[in-house]
Structures are given as C-alpha cells and as structure tokens.
Write a protein that binds this ligand. Sequence first.
Ligand SMILES: [Zn+2]
Length: 187
Amino acid sequence: MSASPERCPALVLNADFRPLSYFPLSLWAWQDAVKAVFLDRVNIISEYDTVVRSPTFEMRLPSVISLKEYIATARRPAFTRFNVFLRDRFTCQYCGEPRSSHDLTFDHLVPRSRGGRTTWSNVVTACSTCNLLKGNRLPEESGMMPLRPPAQPSTLALQENGRGFPPNFLHQSWRDFLYWDTELDPA
Ligand SMILES: [Zn+2]
C-alpha cells in the first residue's frame, strides 16, 4: 500500500547532496517538489511508490531531490531562541539536564538589570529551576558557572548539533543522506 501524497514530503538536498538544513530537516510538500521537477530546478534522486495522476501525466512522487544549483548557506546563524537551545544541545547549562524546548528558558550571565545584553555570549540555555536559583546574581556571586562559556556558534556547529535530534518521521530513502556517523556500522 502506498501512502497518501500528503504523507510524502521530499527530502531536499543541496547540489552537494547534503540536506539544505538538518534542523529543521529540509522537507518540501509533494506539490512543491513536483513543481520544482517541472521547472527543472532539481534532480530526482529517489521516489515513493505513491503515484499522482492528472489527465495528461502521471508520476511517482519524489522522496529525495537535489538542487541543480548550489545554495550557499548562511555563514552566521540567526540569533534565535531555537538556535540558542540548539547550540546548547537542549541542555541546561547549569545542571546539565537535557530537556525539551518547552521546559527550557534562558539565563543572562550578566543579568539585564545589571547591564547584561541579550547576545550569543551572554545568554545560555537554562531550566527554570536553575534560572530561578541564580536569580539576579552574577556567576561569580552565585557560584553557578555555565558548562561551556557561551559564544556565537558557526552554522556548521549548529548543523552538527541538529544531526543529534532526528525528526520523528524518516523515510528509508533519506537514510543515505543523513546521519552517516550513526547509521553506518563499520562492523
Ligand atoms: Zn538546570
């Protein structure tokens, strides 16, 4: 039995056959993937069993496509809540507990009330307990030092971290293009 088209997103690879992004994983809805095929912007690398038909054509939906033209990825990642969590691997930088994003918050090393700014180098991922505990104090005053000194991460570093958080749904045809280090068993 083939899946319905709505359950057939295409994994989008750059022209170097690496995913355009890991987290979130670069996926296009089948309509966008088919459109890009007809516009000759992508190569089809792999297909689903699912077929879509119109009066004039039919095709199997692509499961993996690669762009014909390489897209340069941003050198400097955006300073977003999500990217800070990703930099810190969704782990409280004080107690070291990994948590899901809705259980996490931020801590300003130098509190805002004392002139601290909201920047890569002054914001760390924290659980709410540690955040409360540290309160309005400097790290030296509270004795709470972050596990790693915060800094702006490279796009590559964020991508590497994203590989550690695979999406819920992985089509088998995507596996060749993802998670080489974990899927390939050199036994
Ligand atoms: Zn904590």
